[in-house]
Every structure is written in structure tokens, then in C-alpha cells.
Design a protein around this ligand. Structure first.
Ligand code: UDP
Length: 411
């Protein structure tokens, strides 16, 4: 099939860890590469944010990234991109280098708007993945949510008008139904993990203390690094635990200057654990497995999480995960099998869980092995690409106007 992906802010070629670059970039890149491996032709349309970017970049066999001029040619926050979705749709429709796609697959609500427009003009079906839902974000962030107000009514519209919505977890499927998306148009296909890059074997970063817990993510409040710092302060000091916070707007110096890092450092000093807290800044994909392997546990305690790829990466490295029981983690982390699920925003419960886990070598080993087995059986990108292609085919078959009919027939 010919598949056109639309991902307005999350380029598959971007460096990860900054405020707007995370799981969606990984998802779009890895899904596209895996579809290419299956013999599909994939074009990913993303917004040009740098004049030096070439129009077209071959990314992998069968996969090309196209930079579309849509709005100012410079980095802008994703919440300011809405006015440029028409230009993005124009770029997709006007791409003369590619034959008409069989399906469009848009990512994030704003790309969904460009997708609805482009799909209508091209006469092809649109599949959409939200990656995050405004209704959930508002519930948790309230007035701090910087999304444009139009998201309230445009996001449900994308859900209702797309030919199909691909949710990444069962919790999201419930939210979508509540938004009015017809249940028969919702499929659940999770994100995957790169099982060759993230492995239990391989180099392990050295660590200065007896135990290490690691938390990974963009440095934004909702990722809940403060909960882990508060839990660290509640751990028995004799356990000799350090916390490594991975992610940030740049290298260590840039990250330490970041307002959220400053807030976390101040919290750690107030609680007397600043000497056991390290920020790494942005870590490359290549270095991530080495770092994850050095952890006794990878801890993910966001307020909410649309999917969350980090637990899969930890499990693939054979490392137990301690995660808040929210969003995608409810599907991916099996409590007392691949790690532990804890109540969200509850440092006390997290501290007790970590204390038990760090004191139990056998449980950590068993959880790590079970985690690797689980991702191998369920979360390879090859399997995720096959499941996605099945959804694409069903959407194309359900929309007769998009199927080319031999002479004599009608479409
Ligand atoms: N990541 C990375 N380097 C960093 C920080 C994060 O490569 O410095 C990666 C991380 O390994 C994961 C992704 O960014 O693959 C974050 O995805 P997730 O779904 O956990 O969170 P999101 O950022 O989408 O909210």
C-alpha cells in the first residue's frame, strides 16, 4: 500500500527529549520504517522548521520524509501551529512526486485537521492517531493547558469524521467513545519498541551508588519527576539509592538552566536528597539502552499518559518498571509480573513499592525477564506495522470511492 503519514510537529528525524519531541516522533519513525520493511511505500509529511532542511529526505527503504512549508520556517511550539494546518494539507495534496496514496494516517489532533482536508481532496480514507487527548490534558492540567481553545471542538470532530481512529491503549478507547467516536471505527494498536536496539545484553553505564532508579521523559510537570524525588526522600537511606532524571532541552548545562529542572532541584534540596539526584540532559537513542540497563528499576509516574514508550524500552532491556496505573501503562505493565503499578501522584506508595523491590534481587530478576518476554511477544514494531496495515486495508475496502475500478465498472 501507499501510506501518507502526517505529523505536523513531530518529525521522525527530530532529536528527542525536548519539550515537544518524544513518543510521537518515535512512533511515527518506527511505524514508518516497519511498514517500509513489509514492502509498503510510506511518505511522512511534517512541518519545515529550518530553512536548511531538504524538501525530501530518504529515511529508510520505502520511507521518505517530506518537509512542507506551513507557517514560519523556524521552531515554534506545537500549540501555535493550528493556523498552518491548511498549508500542511496543501503540501500533502500537491505532492506530485508520489502517486496518490491508498490511505492517510495523521498523528495528533492538528495533523488530523490537515488529514481530513487532504483526505477529502484526494478521495482517500483517513486513519487518525491522537497520541494525546485534549479532554484528558484539560482534566489534569486545567488552566495550565496551553492548547488553543479550538481544540475543544476540533479534536472531537477529527475523531468523528476520520474513517477510523487508531487508539494506542484501551484507556484511550474509552475516552474516544465518551467523545462521540463511533465504537466500530475505533481500533486499538499499541506503540512498539525496537527489540534490536533495546536488549538486556550490551554495555551498562557505571553507577556510583548501590542502587539506581531512572526516570525518562520530557521535562514537563505532568511527567511527575517530582513524585519520584519525593519518594526518593522517603526511602531508607541505608539502601543507598540514586535517581537519574533523563531528558531535557539540551545537554546537561542547558537542562540544568531549564525552569522545570530548577524546580526539581529546589525540591530535592528542600527534601535533603539533592546529592542523590543527577540530570543527564538529552540522551541519544544510541545511548539510551546503556543507561536503562544500569537501572534497578525504571520509574514512570506521570499524572496521565496517553501511551508511554519508556516502559516498553525498559522491559526490552530486561529492567523492571514501576509505573503509575494510568493510561497506556495499565495495558503495558503487568503488576507483579513485569514490574509494579502504583497509584498516581502518591510518593508514599511509590517509596514503599521501591523499597520492597530494591530489597528483593530475585523479584527484580524475574520482572526483568518477564518484561523482555512480554515485549517480544506483543510489542515488536513488525507486529504493530502488520496490525496497522490491516486497519488501513479495512478502511480502504470500506470506502469504495477510494478503490480504483477496472474499465466498465463504477466506483
Ligand atoms: N527520549 C530520548 N532521549 C531523551 C528523553 C527521551 O530518546 O533524552 C525518548 C524515550 O526513550 C522515548 C521517548 O523519547 O522513546 C519518550 O516517549 P514517551 O512515549 O515515553 O513520552 P512522550 O515524550 O511521548 O510523552
Amino acid at each position: 500500500m501507499r501510506v501518507s503519514m502526517i505529523s505536523e510537529h513531530a518529525s521522525p528525524l527530530a532529536v528527542l527529549g525536548g519539550v515537544d519531541a518524544g513518543g510521537q516522533n518515535v512512533h511515527v519513525a518506527a511505524l514508518s520504517i516497519a511498514l517500509g520493511r513489509l514492502g509498503h511505500e510510506v511518505t511522512v509529511y511534517t512541518r519545515r522548521d529550518d530553512a536548511a532542511l531538504p524538501d525530501r529526505v530518504p529515511m529508510a527503504p520505502g520511507v521518505e520524509v517530506v518537509h512542507v512549508n506551513a507557517g514560519p520556517i523556524e521552531p515554534i511550539p506545537k500549540d501555535e501551529m493550528l493556523p498552518y494546518m491548511g498549508e500542511l494539507a496543501d503540501g500533502v495534496v500537491a505532492d506530485r512526486h508520489r502517486a496518490r496514496p491508498d490511505v492517510l494516517h495523521s498523528h495528533f489532533w492538528m495533523s488530523g485537521l490537515a488529514g481530513l482536508d487532504a483526505a477529502h481532496r484526494l478521495g482517500v480514507p483517513l486513519l487518525h492517531t491522537f497520541h494525546a487527548l485534549g479532554v484528558v490534558k484539560r482534566r489534569h492540567q486545567g488552566v495550565e493547558d496551553t492548547s488553543p481553545p479550538e481544540r475543544r471542538w476540533l479534536e472531537p470532530r477529527v475523531g468523528r469524521e476520520a474513517d477510523g481512529v487508531i487508539a494506542t491503549c484501551s484507556d484511550e478507547a474509552f475516552e474516544l467513545k465518551a467523545l462521540g467516536v463511533p465504537p466500530h471505527r475505533i481500533s486499538v494498536v499499541p506503540c512498539g519498541v525496537d527489540l534490536e536496539a533495546f536488549t538486556p545484553e550490551g554495555p551498562i553505564a557505571t553507577r556510583p551508588r548501590r542502587h539506581r532508579i531512572v526516570t525518562v521523559g520530557r521535562l514537563v510537570r505532568r511527567k511527575g519527576a517530582d513524585t519520584v524525588i519525593e519518594a526518593l526522600a522517603g526511602l531508607n537511606r541505608d539502601l543507598d539509592v540514586e535517581l537519574v532524571v533523563v531528558g531535557g532541552p539540551g545537554d546537561v548545562a542547558e537542562t540544568l538552566a531549564d525552569a522545570e529542572a530548577q524546580r526539581l532541584l529546589a525540591l530535592a534540596s528542600d527534601l535533603g536528597v539533592a546529592d542523590r539526584l543527577t540530570f543527564t540532559g538529552q540522551v541519544s537513542r544510541a545511548d539510551m539502552p546503556t543507561l536503562l540497563r544500569s537501572a534497578d528499576a525504571v520509574v514512570c509516574t506521570p499524572w496521565y499518559e496517553p501511551f508511554g514508550i519508556v516502559p516498553l524500552e525498559a522491559m526490552a532491556c530486561g529492567v523492571p518498571v514501576v509505573a503509575a496505573a494510568v493510561g497506556g501503562f495499565i495495558d503495558t505493565v503487568r503488576d507483579d509480573e513485569t514490574g509494579r503499578l502504583v497509584p498516581p501522584r502518591d510518593p508514599e506508595a511509590l517509596a514503599r513499592t521501591l523499597e520492597a523491590l530494591l530489597g528483593d534481587d530475585e523479584a527484580r530478576r524475574a520482572y526483568g525477564a518477564a518484561g523482555r518476554a512480554r515485549v517480544e511477544s506483543r510489542y515488536s514494531w513488525g507486529r504493530i506495522a502488520e496490525e496497522s496495515a490491516r486497519v488501513y486495508r479495512a478502511a480502504a475496502a470500506a470506502r469504495p470511492s477510494s478503490i480504483t475500478v477496472a474499465s466498465g465498472g463504477t466506483s
